[in-house]
Design a protein around this ligand. Structure first.
Ligand SMILES: Cc1cc2nc3c(=O)[nH]c(=O)nc-3n(C[C@H](O)[C@H](O)[C@H](O)COP(=O)(O)OP(=O)(O)OC[C@H]3O[C@@H](n4cnc5c(N)ncnc54)[C@H](O)[C@@H]3O)c2cc1C
Length: 368
């Protein structure tokens, strides 16, 4: 029996779509979730799973910082319903790689403190007591004890289970090609059949299969490498590092492997791995942790972060209809998930966004 109509259809089973669909189904709504490929196969499972508001917001992004902090705070309670998502409440380090980088990291530290974040300044010797494999070249850094991380694959699996167990219906390999407004609802065209709903929430990240959106999404490629974790506790917490010449990088420890990230490249919708991208990642990681030289590489991959022109979340609604868009989660869709899932569900059901998401609401004039 193939269900083709529901009160709600969510398009795209990535981070946002899975979270929102689960919350709607959990409230007793009939929800169909349509996914072009495999659930979580977009940016979601390409991600490192860092929950790191302290080190993500730029100086001009205070509403985003507030949203990330609120979402971070909600995480433990939110995942309590989901089960094991590999959540680690480890804190995160940010390092200056050379003495020239110290003023940059210091300036960020002062900004973070001004914003009321818990962040500690640490000299190199102090850092090495906590991170024994850190290069002796690292002069200084900071530690944000409230940051953490999850395993995106596990988060995806728990969200799918939760959605299905609340009666949700998920169709993978079902790309939406076109969304047609047929009052009072919508018809969604896929290659095989059509679906109908009164309310449609489009969470496609970087859209596939030619689906046209009324705004532009800029894919930002992130290449990643994972290596074997030499030993339990080898790296006790995620470490982010910055150098004026080498750029940003990070190392995020999971149980058996360490994720080394990541590039930030605007190359269109091209998820290729490149020699230069992988080399940059490895060069930075080796500079910070020379002991990684002998470890085995486990995997390399690339994903596309969905960014809009503002580089902040993008929440839009076609006036007079029940068509909603959730996009622009860019580098923070895993961190923002509790807030997005709960807040968008409230918006769709009650018509109002929580205050921390209101700055990201785009009015009609911004739509193409
Ligand atoms: C390399 C990398 C590292 C990252 N690290 C972190 C991190 O450490 N912490 C963090 O918080 N965030 C991180 N992110 C960002 C995070 O992964 C994204 O912000 C998040 O996944 C975006 O969620 P989304 O649901 O909008 O898009 P996606 O997760 O990409 O999901 C969109 C889904 O829609 C589907 N879709 C597309 N078109 C159609 C269509 N026409 N019909 C049906 N389905 C369609 C796609 O197949 C996909 O499954 C990282 C991202 C990358 C790429």
């Amino acid at each position: 029996m193939h269900d083709k109509a529901a009160e709600f259809i969510v398009v795209g089973a990535g981070a946002a779509g899975l979270g929102i669909a689960w919350h709607l189904a959990d409230k007793g709504k009939k929800v169909i979730l349509l996914e072009a490929k495999e659930p979580g196969g977009g940016a979601m499972t390409a991600s490192a799973g860092m929950l790191s508001p302290a080190y993500e917001a730029e100086y001009e992004e205070l509403p985003l910082l507030r949203a990330m902090l609120e979402s971070r705070q909600r995480y433990p309670e939110w995942i309590a319903y989901l089960g094991d998502v590999g959540y680690e409440d480890s804190g995160t380090y940010e390092l200056a790689l050379t003495p020239e980088d110290v003023p940059y990291v210091r300036r960020r530290y002062e900004f973070e403190r001004q914003q009321g974040l818990e962040v500690e300044w640490m000299e190199g010797t102090e850092l090495r007591k906590r991170l024994p494999h850190l290069s002796t070249r690292i002069p200084a850094g900071t530690y944000a004890p409230q940051d953490g991380h999850v395993i995106p694959e596990m988060l995806k699996a728990r969200l799918i289970e939760a959605f299905l167990s609340t009666g949700g219906i998920l169709y993978a390999q079902t790309p939406v090609l076109r969304i047609e407004h047929r009052p009072p609802g919508f018809i969604l065209h896929t290659p095989y059949t059509i679906y109908q709903a009164e309310t449609v929430i489009v969470c496609v990240g970087v859209p596939l299969e030619g689906l046209e959106l009324p705004f532009r999404v800029y894919p930002v490629r992130g290449q990643m490498v994972s290596v074997e974790n030499p030993a339990f506790g080898w790296l006790p917490a995620p470490v982010r590092y910055y150098n004026r010449m080498m750029g940003y990088g990070y190392a995020v420890p999971k149980k058996t492997y360490i994720i080394l990230g990541g590039t930030t490249e605007e190359k269109g919708a091209d998820p290729s791995l490149t020699l230069g991208g992988v080399m940059d990642i490895l060069r930075r990681a080796y500079y910070v942790f020379p002991d990684l030289y002998e470890v085995r590489i486990v995997r390399m991959w690339a994903g596309l972060r969905p960014a809009t022109a503002s580089r902040t979340p993008f929440l839009a609604h076609e006036p007079g209809t029940r068509l909603f868009f959730v996009n622009g989660l860019y580098r923070n869709g895993i961190l923002l998930l509790p807030l997005i899932a709960e807040g968008v569900t409230q918006w769709v059901l009650e018509g109002n966004l929580p205050p921390s998401l209101q700055p990201f609401y785009q009015d009609r004039s911004l739509l193409r």
